[in-house]
Ligand binder design. Structure first.
Ligand code: NAD
Ligand code: ZN
Length: 360
């Protein structure tokens, strides 16, 4: 079991290990001694697998436990699901000292976090991520929210959890593709800030079956969690360093939207990273052999590293994205493995930069 400290507006721990769901009650009790009621939020895929274990662990610590289960999928990341959570808590007489427990992937964590951030102007939330993406990224850092028909994550709040409990055994039931796309985010940490993690990922002998190696998985998740914790500590509110976590996401989001969200997020991030790596190499900002190594690693983990999107389409899409500030695009570049920088480009500069990468 590993414990990682996150120093944010409120400090908390990320606890990582096999079988932790059965200890979730006592781990939560340690940090929320006054809570008497807990609402477990989960989706229709995860609840049948893990709800009972979390429920009995919370019951054994004296919590009164309630459930709010929504139909799995990003389509349900909307206000109707949040209203159902608020209503349940209101009906059951939840007070400011009671809490929400998020049991599921990033959709569950974002919504449960937002319901907790807004109910009675903010109650506590514990994050129990069950997808790889949620374990290494979404559950840590306090970004919560929902989608609007106009765009993803358009409404939300910063609301740090009281604890993050990662039971690595949950990965065993994750669909293959969902696991693989999570590896896109893992590789991202290696590239932007973590040469140790890069070394570990590179040395795994059977990369396609990495999830069968529970020791390595625990180490990797702990590395990613401490990387994210480091970033949050410096830039909780996403004004600087935290933007480097968007490596591969700027173009990745456009690919995701242009495909009407039929491609998995992590796949699109991998494509976006590949496109940026090629363009950086061509622009002389990244060494040729390093760029090749980076592209090879993405593919070795079963992820795509390119997409037919044109520089024109990518630039147009980025300008529609909420992350642009004015007409200047913040582009995250990796200048050598483990080092990244934020470069400001005009739309024309960005288009030219991407074009060079495509002309290879
Ligand atoms: N808050 C943040 O900082 C942050 C960061 C990155 C992504 N996100 C958000 O996270 C969401 C994507 O997360 P996701 O990929 O986990 O999506 P998700 O929650 O929809 O989970 C993916 C699928 O896997 C299933 N699943 C999850 N765990 C499982 C398990 N252990 N066994 C079997 N099935 C399981 C889910 O039911 C779902 O069908 C997006 O909405 C994104 O905006 C948030
Ligand atoms: Zn992402």
């Amino acid at each position: 079991m590993q414990r990682i400290n996150v120093k944010a507006s409120t400090d908390y721990e990320v606890v990582i290990g096999a079988g932790l769901l059965d200890k979730s009650g006592s781990l939560i009790r340690e940090v929320c001694p006054k809570a008497t009621k807990a609402l477990i939020v989960s989706d229709t895929n995860v609840a049948p697998l893990y709800m009972d274990r979390v429920k009995s662990s919370l019951l054994s610590e004296g919590f009164a436990v309630y459930e709010s289960v929504f139909e799995a999928g990003e389509e349900r990341k909307n206000i109707d699901s949040i209203i159902a959570m608020w209503a349940k808590m209101a009906e059951e007489g939840f007070t400011r000292t009671d809490m929400v427990v998020a049991l599921g992937g990033g959709v569950t964590g974002d919504m449960a976090g937002f319901a907790a951030a807004s109910f009675l102007r903010g109650i506590r939330v514990a994050q129990l991520p069950t997808s790889l993406l949620a374990m290494v990224d979404a559950s840590i850092g306090g970004k919560t929210g929902i989608d609007l028909p106009q765009g993803k994550n358009q409404v939300g709040a910063f609301h740090q959890p009281s604890i993050v409990i990662v039971d690595t055994d949950c990965l065993k039931t994750l669909p293959e593709e969902t696991f693989t796309e999570g590896m896109g985010e893992v590789i991202k940490y290696a590239y932007i800030m973590d040469t140790d993690l890069y070394g570990i990922l590179k040395n795994v002998s059977d990369k396609k079956n990495i999830r069968d190696d529970s020791m390595i998985i625990e180490v990797i998740i702990a590395k990613c969690a401490s990387d994210k914790a480091y970033v949050i500590e410096i830039d909780e509110n996403d004004n600087g360093l935290r933007q480097t976590l968007n490596f591969g996401h700027t173009v990745g989001h456009v690919i995701e939207r242009d495909n009407n969200f039929t491609l998995a997020h992590g796949m699109c991030v991998a494509k976006g990273m590949g496109i940026m790596i090629r363009a950086s190499e061509k622009a002389g900002r990244l060494g040729c052999s390093e760029a090749k190594e980076m592209l090879d690693l993405i593919e070795a983990y079963g992820l795509p590293s390119d997409d037919p999107i044109t520089p024109e389409e990518a630039t147009k899409g980025v300008l529609n994205d909420k992350k642009k500030r004015g007409d200047i695009i913040s582009v995250i570049l990796v200048t050598s493995i483990g080092k990244s920088e934020i470069v400001k480009m005009t739309p024309d500069e960005f288009k030219t930069f991407l074009k060079e990468g495509k002309d290879q």
